[in-house]
Design a protein around this ligand. Structure first.
Ligand code: SF4
Length: 350
């Protein structure tokens, strides 16, 4: 089967990466009082917290303690649709809030900070992407969940990293040619696994792109007993060294289920909270990001995920500000491509 790539000819769209936010330190008493006030506000607003694995551990705990959920973006989307609450408070990045609104138009969707975006979303502006798709009208358009509502509205399918492989496999078996956006690394990984004919948008995740293969080899030599877990948004040379490649949920399950006592993990460090909770005796090492020869433990943390904190979560619950709004015409289109993914996933489970 012919395999073509467009990303070598498409220029990457520039993305401005913010500094990692620094939140004022809270004493244990302050933290506990803030959490209690948030719990009361959630009840008052009939609101449920939905948090991603990459957010701060306090937010993850609070979501679990209050009947919300902590999960990957696929489960976050699904969980939201099953709630009777009037309001979903999404701790994560903007596309997650938008997906929640697209699937639950009758609910209020609040986010601690609406500026919490994502380099993949920002690197795929809807007008440029639409023009790219229009140049290839014979292709099925598949976009990663990390995109704006407008980009989803232009797509035939939305996928998350947890379900990208079976959906692309299915489309390849139907003989479809695919436009894939925005993450070129995940796209290449999926293409390698499925043999699908794919054109790639030239986007990447600023966190995963930083993992360094030479430094990873060195860390592996220092910890030969460790299993290497890699999220497929990482560069190909890093993926090639993995024992397990997969979504955040897949990587968490690997730590829980594999016999290894040590793991080198190439994804956002926020995931360690859940890994430690589920496998407390295991040693977790962040894969290196600090240059070719690095042997240090790195700081792979998404600056946009870091914009979620107890402080702005409380504010948003007090004020009702930061509500996600989506143009109804865009929503009507975007919901089709997301719903296809959810239906495909339900059928797989059956
Ligand atoms: S870790 Fe990467 S893909 Fe995830 S939200 Fe941050 S920039 Fe986007």
């Amino acid at each position: 089967m012919t395999q073509t790539t467009a990303s070598s000819t498409l220029k990457a769209h520039p993305v401005t990466v913010p500094a990692h936010p620094v939140w004022p330190e809270m004493s244990p008493e302050e933290k506990s009082a803030t959490k209690n006030r948030i719990k009361a506000l959630l009840k008052e607003r009939n609101a449920v917290l939905v948090a991603h694995y990459y957010t701060d551990g306090d937010l993850q705990e609070l979501a679990e303690e209050t009947g919300g959920c902590v999960s990957d973006s696929l489960e976050m989307a699904r969980f939201g649709t099953q709630q009777s609450a009037d309001t979903l408070v999404v701790c994560g990045v903007r596309f997650m809030g938008e997906t929640a609104k697209i699937l639950n138009p009758e609910k209020h969707i609040l986010m601690p900070d609406l500026n919490a975006t994502c380099s993949l979303d920002e690197g795929c502006p809807a007008d440029e992407f639409t023009a790219f798709c229009d140049q290839h009208p014979d292709h099925t358009v598949v976009v990663y969940a990390n995109t704006s509502a407008k980009v989803k509205a232009r797509a035939d399918w939305v996928v998350t990293s947890g379900i990208a492989l079976p959906i692309i496999q299915h489309l390849a078996e139907c003989g479809e040619k695919i436009i894939w956006a925005p993450d070129k690394h995940l796209g290449r990984y999926v293409q390698k696994q499925t043999g699908a004919e794919m054109l790639f948008w030239n986007g990447s995740c600023v966190v995963h792109e930083e993992f360094k293969s030479v430094a990873l080899e060195r860390i592996k030599r220092l910890h030969p007993e460790a299993a290497v877990l890699v999220h497929p948004e990482s560069p190909e040379e890093v993926i090639d060294q993995a024992d397990v490649v997969g979504s955040t949920t897949t990587l968490i399950n690997a730590v829980k289920e594999m016999d290894n006592k040590t793991f080198i993990v190439a994804t956002d460090g926020g995931i360690f909270h859940k890994m430690k909770q589920l496998a407390p005796g295991k040693k977790l090492i962040e894969a290196p990001t600090a240059g070719e020869g690095a042997t240090c433990e790195s700081c792979a943390h998404c600056p946009w995920m870091g914009m979620n904190a107890l402080q702005n979560l409380e504010q948003v619950l007090l004020t009702g500000n930061n509500e996600i709004q989506i143009d109804p015409a865009i929503r009507e289109q975007a919901v089709k491509s997301i719903q296809k993914m959810l239906d495909f996933s339900s059928n797989m489970k059956k």
